[in-house]
Design a protein around this ligand. Structure first.
Ligand SMILES: C[C@@H](O)[C@H](N)C(=O)O
Ligand SMILES: C[C@@H](O)[C@H](N)C(=O)O
Lengths: 165, 165
């Protein structure tokens, strides 16, 4: 199967929240997102990586318009779970390479990450699906990142899609 | 927009590899996946959460058939990056709730995580896209997890889809 790259999307409408050092036991993720749902916080990306010493971090992105409620709920969650703290980044950009067949072409992810590195863009979060490789980066680097990816993957600027929700 | 849950998928064909404590600077993710591509390691999920003290972890899943090459490449990457170590989990299951409209229904993720918790299933990794909430769990809990999610979301067993690649 060929890898087909159809475009690059960018979204600067969201903020990132991380609950740091939550206990790694059943019910914890449920509690975090039950509290967010109760607070009417919309959630886009959810990212949790492996634990160490019995704890891990849970990050998610939300519309910036939900951030006040998200912070209030995050503070309560930290107390309830006896997590260490929470952190917020209000200036992120979510960049996604959209395509197909990427699972059998690991070089595509490598090329995306190399392109961002060569453009001086640090990658903060990575999350993938079968049709999309998404990176969260510093918000003020969004233009640099998108242009570099277009050049690297031979996409004309007609393929730029700003995700609006 | 309504949240529509169309099914649950499960996949026990993959293993998880984590490069632990990589430096958080441009070029690191590129190096990891360039080495994996060079070693012909197919990569499905890639998960990276936020860094702490200048380091973070990078996890990915690969077909179990690629694991020998993945481990060899991971060992080389650890040395090249002066990461702390790498770890492997050969017995995982990837469970995905597939649907639409989930971003504006944070309760859906909460319900998925609560269902797994109530079934005694610990969640190891979480990654989402607009149409899918994916969790990596212990492989031997796959049946318990899938049945619990079917019941919780009112899906009949006709909706079980084993992902084969
Ligand atoms: C950390 C969190 O995901 C926990 N393992 C849970 O199952 O809820
Ligand atoms: C950790 C890794 O993602 C690093 N921040 C990079 O940009 O490559």
């Amino acid at each position: 199967e060929q890898a087909i790259i159809s475009g690059v999307t960018h979204d600067t409408s969201e903020a990132k929240v991380t609950i740091r050092d939550v206990p790694d036991r059943p019910g914890v993720a449920a509690l975090v997102f039950t509290r967010m749902a109760d607070a009417n916080v919309n959630v886009d990306m959810i990212i949790q990586n492996v634990s160490e010493d019995g704890t891990t971090d849970i990050s998610f992105t939300s519309p910036k318009t939900d951030l006040v409620r998200a912070k209030r709920a995050a503070e309560a969650v930290v107390a309830e779970l006896q997590a260490r703290t929470y952190s917020v980044d209000e200036s992120i950009a979510k960049i996604s390479l959209v395509g197909a067949g990427m699972k059998t072409h690991p070089g595509v992810a490598a090329q995306m990450f190399r392109t961002l590195a060569e453009a001086g863009v640090n990658i903060d979060l990575i999350s993938t699906s079968s049709i999309r490789i998404s990176c969260v980066i510093e918000g003020d680097k969004v233009g640099v990142a998108v242009r570099a990816l277009h050049t690297s993957f031979g996409l004309d600027s007609g393929a730029v899609v700003a995700e609006v929700s």
